[in-house]
Design a protein around this ligand. Structure first.
Ligand code: AHR
Length: 502
């Protein structure tokens, strides 16, 4: 299969916001307890946080982490997680039918985030609670001192405010499963009033209002239109979520789903423009795609187990073990975000540790990289700079979600400071290799090229504690400089990073 791709210095999309490579940690299953936090573990720091996990998060280089949920946040009392640990209450978490010990709260998470080199993106509870709890939490987190909540923070051991910039106004409030689910009109009103109160405290904060939980929701995309109509002047981002499933084990259909993601982003971008136009506004609202990932491997089992169990603390839950096919999918999802980076400014892989996550841990034991760690890691490290509008000429296939899915999925990023052009390419053709001719126009002479390949002959191949590098990147010498461009052949069903030095 032949593929011609042209990158031109003048055809750009946007400067990528580094928060496109964000992540998410929820009080869910073993994400927090025995994930990031495990006092007594041989790698635990004096505060109980696992150093081996911090090292992997640092390696992943995710600049921001959304916390504490997720569905969990919609019945969460943030005050339960402050003060002496021995006096914190155990609560029943209604979202996941588990017990929450509150041994980790905002102080512990903030300390972890600092050690891991990530900024916090915090969510307030607009399900079981509302404006008052939200404004108190913001004051606790961001006010220097001299008020009830900021002084309590100081008394609890943290003198300086954490200065958190990005705040989510609840989570998935369109979902009937959400504690405190609301209609679009009810939520729009509450979100707007909460946003006004938060802005009255600090109008520089960035606020994220809830969009749809996925694009098959019955209320989509009217939800976004109603919510934005109510909140447009007060918010900066509308949040979207999407999880990718392959129950039928049809790889071509599975790998076509990013076309649906692209259409979802395009539709909501249109809704934003519609509301902006109807308000004669100059203001821009962008998209925070703050939950995305493959999620189906354990989903049906988990739903059954949850119905049967008796409020366990930090049980195994949503521990999907990813395979090589998921590497291809994660590559295509990130490529979609890069190509839409003019409107998608923030995106969070859901989640970060143990729970549908790139990093796995064993209680008392090892931490390792799941297969999907690798495409995320390569994009997060090297996909920063200016996204390029590539011209791609390649054969396509028809799928249930789109008539023409290009076999070659590719995104390109120019980093002027580093003097590099980086391409992330997925060959969605399972039979034929792709002979790629990459034209590079008006960037100056090409000095060299590196090619990193992720390929496994078995789409089901996984990384485990015993075999943690079964699916992992390797360098090849396949890419060569040819005139003003690059030529290389990538195998069927493969992920590549092609890094061109200018
Ligand atoms: O990430 C798992 C769950 O998926 C989150 O709690 C929720 O927001 C979404 O439905």
């Amino acid at each position: 299969m032949e593929a011609r791709v042209t990158a031109h210095a003048r055809y750009t999309i946007a400067d990528i916001d580094k928060r496109l490579y964000g992540s998410f940690l929820e009080h869910l299953g073993r994400a927090v307890y025995t994930g990031i936090y495990e006092p007594g573990h041989p790698e635990a720091l004096p505060n109980g946080m696992r150093k081996d996990v911090i090292d992997l998060v640092r390696e992943l280089d995710t600049p921001i982490c959304r916390y504490p949920g997720g569905n969990f946040v919609s019945a969460y009392n943030w005050e339960d997680g402050i003060g002496p640990k021995e006096s914190r209450p155990t609560r029943l978490d209604l979202a996941w039918r588990t017990s929450e010990s509150n041994q980790v709260g905002i102080h512990e998470f903030a300390e972890w985030a600092e050690a891991a080199g990530v900024d916090m993106m915090l969510a307030v509870n607009l399900g079981s609670r509302g404006l008052d709890a939200a404004r108190n939490f913001v004051e606790y987190v961001n006010h220097p001192g001299g008020s009830q909540w900021s002084d309590l923070r100081r008394k609890n051991g943290r003198a300086d405010p954490w200065d958190v910039k990005l705040w989510c106004l609840g989570n998935e409030m369109d979902g009937p499963w959400q504690v405190g689910h609301k209609s679009a009109a009810e939520y729009g009103h509450l979100a707007n009033e909460t946003a006004k109160a938060i802005r009255a405290f600090d109008d520089k904060l960035e606020l994220v209002v809830c969009g749809s939980s996925h694009s098959d929701m019955a209320t989509y995309p009217q939800w976004e239109a109603t919510v934005l109509d109510a909140t447009y002047d007060q918010v900066d981002y509308i949040s979207l979520h999407m999880y990718f499933e392959n129950y039928e084990k049809k790889t071509a259909e599975f790998l076509a789903l990013p076309e649906k993601l692209d259409r979802y982003i395009g539709t909501i971008s249109g809704v934003i423009d519609f509301v902006k136009g109807s308000k004669r506004s100059k203001r821009d609202v962008k998209i925070s795609f703050d939950e995305w990932n493959v999620w189906y491997h354990e989903r049906k089992n988990d739903a059954k187990r949850m119905r049967e169990w008796d409020w366990p603390h930090a049980p195994v839950l949503l521990e999907d073990i990813y395979n090589f096919e998921d590497v291809l999918q994660v590559g295509c999802i990130i490529n979609t975000f890069i190509r839409r980076s003019d409107v998608v400014r923030v995106a969070c892989i859901a989640q970060l540790v143990n729970v549908i996550a790139p990093i796995m841990t064993e209680p008392g034991g090892a931490a390792w990289r799941q297969t999907i760690f690798h495409p995320f890691h390569l994009a997060s490290r090297h996909g920063r700079g200016t996204a390029l509008r590539l011209d791609v000429d390649c054969a396509s296939y028809a799928s249930n979600v789109a008539d023409a899915v290009s076999y070659l999925d590719i995104a390109g990023v120019h980093d002027g400071d580093a003097g590099t052009l980086t391409f992330f390419a997925v060959n969605r053709n399972g039979v034929e290799p792709a002979n790629i001719k990459l034209g590079i126009e008006r960037f100056g002479p090409v000095k060299g090229v590196e090619h990193i390949l992720i390929k496994h002959d078995d789409l089901e191949a996984r990384n485990t504690k015993e075999n943690p590098d079964n699916v992992s990147p390797r360098k090849t010498t396949d890419a060569v400089v040819e005139g003003d461009g690059i030529s290389l052949t990538v195998p069927p069903y493969s992920y590549s990073m092609i890094r061109v030095h200018l």
